[in-house]
Design a protein around this ligand. Sequence first.
Ligand code: ATP
Ligand code: MG
Length: 395
Amino acid sequence: MERLRITMPQQVEGIIGRLRQGGFEAYAVGGCVRDTLLGRVPGDWDITTSARPEEVKQLFKRTVDTGIQHGTVTVLADHVGYEVTTYRIDGEYEDGRHPKQVAFTSDLVEDLKRRDFTINAMAYSHETGIVDAFNGMGDLENKIIRCVGDPLERFGEDALRILRAVRFSAQLGFSIESRTYGAITRIAPNMARVSKERIQAELTKLLCSGHPEKICEVYKTGISAYISPAFHALPWEGFQVPSGLSAEKYARWAAFLRLAGPEAAVQVLRDLKMDNDTASRVRTLASWAGKEIPAEEAGVRRAMSGMLPMVWDVLLDLNGCGKETRRLTEEIRKRGDCLDLKHLAVSGQDLIEAGVKPGKEMGELLQQLLETVLECPQKNERETLLKEAGLQAYK
Ligand code: ATP
Ligand code: MG
């Protein structure tokens, strides 16, 4: 067979070369090999080696003890960290998620065997070419996600792999091999043991991928019931992402959750320990989803005033707003119409100086003035607004 040559970053070549000079084996492994073969840009480059962590540390000037007990040392090269992990065999899994202990080995194939899917179980070095003990190349060519070894056993060891399978199928546009798929449906209850943060991270990657509609597999395979009641109760039928929708996390989650309404959307995100920024943007989008936005200036300004500009742009796509609303948006932005209290020509301080007592009423007054200005932007002028509020301008 013709030996394939993969282009690796110089730093990775350097690290592998140094380990080899030290008398050890070393390879790029996992996701980076998969992505490179697919012509995708790898997120990170992981290195696997026969060297023990202590030996790795001796060979490099700058290292970080990332997970010594699991065999991982981070090697810093030009300010970027590369994870170098000793060949290892995972011990028995105790909680459906983590191995009780890991053992180091000197056999690369043993290390590849512990990896989740055939396409993630290939190693590469310039000296050897691709090391592919489980026909990962064949599965890459046929666009198949297949477990290394017995799928029931592998998902039984670590239930996170279930979601990884669905996520990779969405990211790569691959289908899940039938025995692997069958095992997912059987092991689905183990999903309850996976931390909500990890579930959220996988679902986010899935939703931000080229095939967000594959999130429906999470329901079809029976996984959703073991994530949270609110999550399981979502309207799963016919979820579609409008074409051209931003791949930002909040945009994709909003597209997915909008039909459930703002309350349920927020409940799901809370269950999944989502960050507050994302949750609040999704709430805004879900509360506007499907609502008619009047295609006239003041109506558009009022709607825009409730959210960040980029969130508004996402709403235009989610609601399929037409040319007229988009044109009005452009105009409003070009003119720099005031859309929030920050840009109101009158501040709380101005009101205090004009004799208004600070407190709830003052807040309401400011809000009222903002509404006046949203209706009629020409009124965003100090004297005019104070007059509107029945106050004397204070010189
Ligand atoms: P990406 O970085 O795009 O999310 P990846 O495949 O690189 O995908 P990582 O989480 O970076 O995923 O893991 C690197 C490699 O470690 C994987 O390619 C796989 O070989 C192995 N791996 C990761 N998580 C697991 C797991 N839960 N079970 C078995 N092997 C795993
Ligand atoms: Mg990776």
